[in-house]
Design a protein around this ligand. Structure first.
Ligand code: GCU
Length: 446
C-alpha cells in the first residue's frame, strides 16, 4: 500500500524493479518506475467522452434528462467495463441482524463516546460478519452526521484503544503488528495519524469505520471468501459469477459501505441521511463508486484515489490501467483488462464517475508528491464533472479553473479540490478541510 516507494506495485514487480535499481546504481527514491510516465509533456492528446451526450448522440441539457437518461447509461458503462455488476438481489447476502458489541460513554481519555457493532449476514453462517467501530461526539443531543470509511488493516489501527476488537480474519501481512496475516496488539493505533477522530467528533460528526477485509479480503484469491462466499448460485447458470462484468473487490467493498450506511439507521445517535463516504487510495476508489451507485450517501470524499478512482485514465500518467490490472487483478472486473494499454478506447473516463455523485457534495484531494495517483488527472476529473453540477446550479470555482499549487484548494459549493504538499497519505491537513467542507454542505436534521 504505502511503504514508501515500494507501495506501488505487486511483489514480483517490486523485486525486479529493486534488482534493476541495484544493478544500475540508482537509489529507490530517484528511480522512475518502469512503464509509468510522470512527465507532463508526454501525456498524449486525448478527448474525453462527453459527459452530457448519450451513446446515440443526444445532447442532455436538463437535470431531469441527466437523471432519467444519461446517468443510468453511464452507470451501466462503468458496471459493464470497469467495476463489475452486483449480483441479482436474490443472490446477495441479507443483513440478518445488527448486534451492539460494546459501548463506552467515555473513550480516548474521555473526549468522545465509542460504540462497536457487528453486522451478521445470515443466521446460519458464523461468518463473515462486519465489525463497525463508531466514535461519537460526547455532548451531542440530537443525531449527528457521520463520515463513513473503511480502514486497510482493522479497526484497531485507527486508535491505540485497547477496547477495539481485532479482526479475526485475514489481514495483509504488510500492516504494522501483523503476524501470519493476523493482527496483534502491536497493530493498535498504527494508522492513527490517518484518522482525526478527536477533531471529527469535536466538530459535531461521528466517525464510522470498518475493515474492508471483513467484506472481501484484499487479495487475489478467486472470490472464495468474504461476502462472495455467501452468494446464492446464479439461477440460470448454477455457477457463481458472470465473466466479463464479474463483481470484483472495489464494487463489493462499495456494496459493503452501503450496507453499513443502511445499518446506521439502527444507531439513534447517527443521522443516517447525513453520511459522507470517505476513502483513501484503493478505498477512495471504493468511496467514489459507493457514492455513484448509492444516492443515499450525502456526499463523497476521495483522498488520493488515483487510477480507477478520481484520476483520468486517458492521461496515461502515473499508474496505468495495465499496471493496476496486473498488480491487483481482483479490484476490477475481467472486461477492464481488455483496456490494458488501450485507455483511449474506454467508453468512460473518471470525470464521469465524479459526475455520478452530482448534485451531492464531492471533495477530491491529491498530494503533490503522489505522482502515481496523478494529482492533475484527479483535479481534471472534478473539472470534467462540472457540466453536470451546473445543471444543478453548482459551479466549481470563482477564481478560474486552473490547477492549484501545493497547499491550495479550489472550488466552491458542492465541488472542492485540494493539493496537499507531500506524499500519498491522509493527514490533519486533509481532515481539517474535509470537516470544514462537510460542515458547510452536510447538515443533520434538527
Ligand atoms: C497501490 C495501487 C494504487 C492504490 C494504492 C493504495 O499503490 O497501485 O492504485 O491506490 O496501492 O490503495 O494504497
Amino acid at each position: 500500500m504505502d511503504a514508501g516507494e515500494l507501495r506501488r506495485n505487486g511483489t514480483a514487480r517490486h523485486l525486479s524493479w529493486i534488482a534493476w535499481g541495484i544493478i544500475s546504481g540508482c537509489s529507490l527514491s530517484t528511480m522512475a518506475k518502469p512503464d509509468s510516465n510522470t512527465d507532463e509533456s508526454k501525456v498524449p492528446s486525448y478527448e474525453l467522452p462527453a459527459v452530457l451526450e448519450t451513446l446515440d448522440g443526444t445532447k442532455i441539457d436538463t437535470a431531469a434528462d441527466w437523471e432519467a437518461i444519461r446517468r443510468p447509461e453511464i452507470l451501466e458503462l462503468f458496471r459493464a467495463n470497469m467495476y463489475g455488476r452486483k449480483p441479482a438481489e436474490a443472490r446477495l447476502p441479507k443483513v440478518d441482524r445488527v448486534g451492539i458489541l460494546e459501548q463506552a460513554t467515555e473513550a480516548l481519555g474521555g473526549q468522545v463516546r465509542r460504540m462497536q457493532f457487528r453486522i451478521h449476514f445470515d443466521s446460519s453462517a458464523a461468518r463473515p460478519y462486519v465489525d463497525v467501530l463508531v466514535y461519537l461526539p460526547k455532548e451531542a443531543q440530537s443525531p449527528v452526521p457521520a463520515f463513513l470509511g473503511y480502514n486497510f488493516h482493522g479497526n484497531q489501527t485507527v486508535r491505540d484503544d485497547k477496547d477495539i476488537l481485532l479482526p479475526d480474519t485475514w489481514v495483509p501481512s504488510r500492516g504494522t503488528g501483523v503476524i501470519n496475516n493476523r493482527p496483534t496488539d502491536a497493530s493498535r493505533g498504527s494508522r492513527s495519524s490517518r484518522w482525526e477522530v478527536e477533531s471529527i467528533c469535536d466538530r459535531g460528526f461521528a466517525l464510522v469505520t470498518a475493515y474492508c477485509g471483513d467484506i472481501d479480503p484484499d487479495t487475489d484469491d478467486g472470490f472464495k471468501n468474504g461476502v462472495h462466499a455467501l452468494l446464492a448460485p446464479d439461477a440460470d447458470t448454477g455457477g457463481p459469477e458472470s465473466d466479463g462484468d464479474n463483481w470484483a473487490s472495489i464494487a463489493t467493498w462499495a456494496w459493503g459501505l452501503s450496507t453499513i450506511r443502511e445499518c446506521l439507521a439502527e444507531i439513534p445517535e447517527i443521522d443516517e441521511t447525513c453520511v459522507v463516504a470517505f476513502g483513501h487510495s484503493r478505498l477512495g476508489k471504493t468511496a467514489l463508486w459507493a457514492g455513484a451507485i448509492d444516492q443515499g450517501f450525502a456526499g463523497v470524499i476521495s483522498n488520493n484515489s488515483g487510477c480507477g478512482g478520481a484520476a483520468l485514465s486517458r492521461r496515461e500518467f502515473g499508474e496505468r490501467v495495465e499496471a493496476i490490472n496486473r498488480n491487483f487483478p481482483h479490484w476490477f472486473c475481467n472486461r477492464f483488462k481488455e483496456f490494458n494499454g488501450r485507455e483511449s478506447e474506454l467508453p468512460i473516463d473518471q470525470h464521469m464517475l465524479a459526475a455520478l455523485i452530482a448534485p451531492r457534495p464531492l471533495y477530491i484531494a491529491s498530494a503533490s508528491e503522489d505522482l502515481w495517483a496523478d494529482p492533475r488527472g484527479e483535479f481534471l476529473s472534478l473539472k470534467g464533472a462540472l457540466p453536470v453540477y451546473q445543471l444543478y446550479d453548482q459551479s466549481l470555482t470563482d477564481r478560474g479553473l486552473e490547477f492549484v499549487e501545493p497547499g491550495e484548494s479550489v472550488g466552491q459549493g458542492h465541488l472542492r479540490y485540494h493539493l496537499r504538499p507531500g506524499k500519498h497519505d491522509v493527514t490533519d491537513f486533509d481532515w481539517q478541510r474535509y470537516i470544514n467542507f462537510a460542515r458547510m454542505n452536510v447538515q443533520a436534521k434538527e
